[in-house]
Design a protein around this ligand. Structure first.
Ligand code: UDX
Length: 444
């Protein structure tokens, strides 16, 4: 089969490469010529484990190509995926649909033959209907243009695995259409369907809302355990043991119950805000009041981490040398969008600390956002003469650090585990003072 993918960010580039890996001929399209010129030669412009080799292999085989030309894309296929970003609007909670509308407005007038547009981006419920109407008005082919929504649930760091072995496939369809959209999507996903990936065919609104609801639930789980963490401290309880106890109940499950600095990145924070904004527009704002709390618990984690750093430095970080390990919003990613690690590092610097930071993948992106931090070339260098070491992203290379070796370079053996990712006993045995949110206050 042939298809195009509009938008070659981490969602679009991964989707295009994975569709080619499934055996289809795929063209990725983007308005950014610098992205396209990298992708054309098989180079992924961001860090995503496993994607580079797969993309290169499919470009080399000729199954995967890239272009900035909409005309070329329309001549190439009649199944078009849209995978552009839907970031938070500046100064508002709602999603910014500019990129999505721009794809539709440029693509639709070129459609002279029956075609299917499939949205993959996370959008406010109702967007697909709006896009369908807009596109049909602009397209010479009119009613022979079908719209479907097939949201993507991939996580950064596991994008390839999540696309090729997803938990489920969701296809949202408009009522009263020819069935062509469903046929094409079943064909393009055939290999996954053969592998018994559950497939749910539903209406457009349910498909769109399922993605927002899934992210809202995940965010709620994280903020729930972080709220409990706030109680653990004064109560003398340990949030990590507590999460393990809760997690053994199959109705609850252990995943997304790791307490720490909270969620960041390009999805969960903006998606819960966009969902609240959309609920308000639909006259159902009361239904999602809890998400406001989820958001504020989450943002409070960053403040609490800074408080913990002050506490570790005797009340103020002014003049302290602090090592920050981690800049990406999570491990296995170079993404620093709304990164809790970077926001804490920035606040500590504002309060007068000399911050030396290291991240295995996100250094370039972090430097662009926060050029004034001191960027070290490795963890050891970041920790040189540090008054405290803060681990703020859960990279496995930080978990594997040797506390005895690191002890030889720091000024004080104080480690703040912002992600509950270090083995407390190992650090304490090597003479470190181990601090983390959600531990009994008495241990500090
Ligand atoms: C998320 C959803 O998981 C994915 O399904 C959706 O398609 C896009 O949004 P992603 O943003 O890549 O994916 O990251 P995710 O793995 O969900 O982590 C989000 C944030 O939550 C990270 O900052 C992570 O460190 C944090 N997190 C995660 C916790 O603080 N505790 C946890 O237990 C899990």
């Amino acid at each position: 089969m042939r298809c195009t993918v509009f938008g070659t960010g981490y969602l679009g580039a991964t989707h295009a490469a994975c569709m080619a890996e499934l055996g289809h001929e795929v063209m990725g399209v983007d308005v950014d010529p610098s992205k396209i010129s990298k992708l054309e030669v098989g180079e992924v412009p961001f860090y995503e484990p496993g994607l580079q080799d797969m993309l290169q292999r499919n470009v080399d085989s000729g199954r995967l190509s890239f272009s900035t030309s909409y005309e070329e894309a329309v001549g190439f296929a009649d199944l078009h995926f849209i995978a552009v970003g839907t970031p938070q609007r500046r100064g508002e909670y709602a999603a910014d649909l500019t990129q999505l509308l721009s794809v539709v407005d440029r693509l639709a007038p070129l459609l002279t033959e029956p075609a299917v547009l499939v949205g993959k981006s996370t959008v406010p419920v109702g967007t697909a209907e709006m896009i369908a109407e807009r596109a049909r008005k602009l397209a010479p082919v009119g009613g022979a243009l079908e719209i479907a929504w097939s949201p993507e649930f991939l996580r950064e760091g596991f994008a390839v695995q999540d696309t090729l072995t997803p938990d489920r496939l969701v296809i949202g369809l408009a009522s009263g259409l020819s069935g062509r959209a469903e046929d094409l999507l079943r064909k393009v996903y055939q290999k996954l369907i053969d592998e018994e990936v559950p497939i749910i065919i539903t209406d457009l609104a349910t498909a769109e809302l399922s993605k927002s609801a899934a992210n809202a639930f995940l965010a709620t789980k994280i903020s729930f355990i972080n709220a409990i963490s706030e109680i653990c401290e004064p109560a003398g309880a340990n949030v990590s043991d507590l999460a393990n106890i809760l997690g053994l109940d199959p109705r609850i499950g252990r995943s997304f119950l790791t307490s720490g600095l909270g969620f960041g990145g390009g999805c969960l924070p903006k998606d819960i805000r966009a969902l609240m904004a959309r609920a308000g527009e639909l006259g159902a704002s009361e239904a999602l009041h809890s998400l406001r709390e989820v958001d504020s618990i989450n943002m409070r984690r960053r403040t609490k981490m800074v408080e913990l750093a002050r506490h570790a430095c005797g009340g103020s970080v002014l003049g302290a040398r602090l090592a920050v390990l981690g800049a990406a919003f999570k491990a296995r990613s170079d993404d620093v969008r709304d990164s809790p690690a970077l926001s804490v590092a920035g606040q500590l610097q504002l309060e007068g600390a000399a911050v030396s930071i290291f991240d295995p993948q996100a250094m370039d992106n972090a430097r662009r956002v926060f050029p004034t931090l001191n960027y070290a070339t490795n963890s050891f260098e970041a920790c040189e003469r540090a008054d405290a070491v803060l681990v703020l992203t859960e990279w496995s290379e930080f978990k594997d650090l040797d506390p005895s070796e690191l002890a030889t370079t720091v000024r004080s053996r104080v480690v703040l585990d912002g992600r509950q990712c270090l083995e407390q006993a190992r650090w304490e045995d090597a003479g470190w003072r181990y601090l983390a949110m959600g531990l009994p206050t008495i241990n500090r």
